[in-house]
Design a protein around this ligand. Sequence first.
Ligand SMILES: Nc1ncnc2c1ncn2[C@@H]1O[C@H](COP(=O)(O)OP(=O)(O)OP(=O)(O)O)[C@@H](O)[C@H]1O
Ligand SMILES: [Zn+2]
Length: 611
Amino acid sequence: MSKETQANLWYLVVAVLGVLFVQDLVSTARQTMTLTYSQFETYAEEDKIATAIIGDQFISGTFQTPIDGKTRYVTTRVDPDIVARLEETGVDIVGEPENRFLRDLLSWIVPAFAFFAVWMLLFRQFAEKQGMNGFMAIGKSRAKVYMESETGVSFDDVAGVDEAKAELKEVVDFLKNPSEYSRLGARIPKGILLVGPPGTGKTLLARAVAGEAGVTFFSISGSEFVEMFVGVGAARVRDLFEGARKAAPAIIFIDELDALGRARSAGQIYGGHDEREQTLNQLLTELDGFDPSVGIVLLAATNRPEILDPALLRAGRFDRQVLVDKPDKKGRIDILRVHMKKVKLADDVDAEKVAALTPGFSGADLANLVNEAALLATRRKADAVTMDDFSNAVERIVAGLEKRNRVLNQREREIVAHHEMGHAMVALALPGVDPVHKVSIIPRGVGALGYTLQRPTEDRFLMTEEELRNKISVLLGGRAAEKLVFNHLSTGAADDLAKATDIARAMVTRYGMDRDLGHVSYDEERPGFLGRPGDEIWARRPHSEETAEKIDQKVREIIETAFSQSFSILEKNRDLLEEYAQRLLNRETLTEDELKGLAERLTQRESVEAA
Ligand SMILES: Nc1ncnc2c1ncn2[C@@H]1O[C@H](COP(=O)(O)OP(=O)(O)OP(=O)(O)O)[C@@H](O)[C@H]1O
Ligand SMILES: [Zn+2]
């Protein structure tokens, strides 16, 4: 017999014993009998305890409010068989002492169910061992409370979020000495919400607070509450607070609070959100019930604060928000330094240069980048990670992994080459756009048949109207080139169009850049589902249908103007476009240096034209 079978047999024995036990319990289930007042042997009005002797049975129990002068209820635990015998003796028992149907239900169905549950549990363990996750997913409760008595993370491990750290310092001070705070009557926030895009270090920060204060860290993730049996989530929340109270001072951290704390809506009929609501209600109850002076601070993270149930944000709950934003260049340098410490670097690696290549990267992206660079170096069997490894890793992460196996036919390659050169040439010709770093027709990632990488010269916090218009022109350069050379429209520009439209729309509705519509904000931007750049959603401020129509029209105008601009640049320099598209077809990639000649010829022509 294998170990596995042996273990399973044991499980089975335990399960059967469990079922017998449950059956025994329910067969003597508590039941209500109605006895007349005169049948009481003794009773104590104050304690509401009565005893009676009926036949040869001694019965004692609590009695409830009298219905009339005579009748009292006695609730007591009696074996159903005894009740049957009592009935036979013809003693005056008023009411229904036992519901047989219910009894049968309890004594058979419940154990059967218990048996089934145990069986499922078994099966799940088995399935997990076999890596067959998801098969018995209904019975699966993934929500776990994680506890770390020492996180070992300090504020030094979290870089680039200095403001958030400064705000959380207070929490650390409080946790180090909760009694001192309450003695002075200082108000400590119960719940602090860490708000920011994914991967910016919210979890890391929460663990650092626990580490700095030297307290236990309890955590649970909101998303794990989805797909659970009703009631389990609420119980988990109770466990969480219970555990923290015992371990106080402590931090309770709820990741992805939005998954759990989404606004409750009255109209939810489908989807069975009962579970989530129960859990949320339990959380609210716990929040209201706990007293921060025992030294427990609740931290939660979300990247979608706007969808949270307002009840969660009320005073005395998560009434303080700390913004954990994407790092700027200096922040990226600091984060890179934190992670670069863990790998062996070649002398040529410069965190500043890497930071310059990675605007828009989150802390997690940067951690991933360092790891990826180290992997590349390992694959080369090098002794240290070089700057080249970092550049390659950046490319990989930015444009997705090379898809070498994707083969385009010759005509497709020609179209892609012209499309990409279109982007590149418009970018080279216009002022105030990021310089072109590389043009390629090697397919990358999902859906990208080619790409034009621009090298951001610096982090941009402000952009002028002209710069935005030029940016749109560059985005439309691909389509303009296709139109000019092949006189067709293709699907290859969908992504470009989406980006261009977003910018144009923002110009009109958020930056007040349209003369007609004026300096008015019609939309506001909110972080989108993924919280990544370009993923923002726009919430419409109230405005009239007429305005909405005008907005659409203005967006179209901006796009069309930009398209004409691209088109005419390419038309004037069609010979150069064809020449370089051909070059791109042959070489597959053209670097910044290889495009220098093109840039010079373009500026030359322009100055001739201006003269
Ligand atoms: N500011 C930072 N400083 C140093 N490392 C960071 C920072 N931000 C993220 N990281 C790295 O990225 C990893 C993931 O970050 P973390 O899970 O804390 O992000 P998060 O904001 O909680 O993301 P999510 O919203 O996706 O849960 C961290 O373990 C760390 O290695
Ligand atoms: Zn394109």
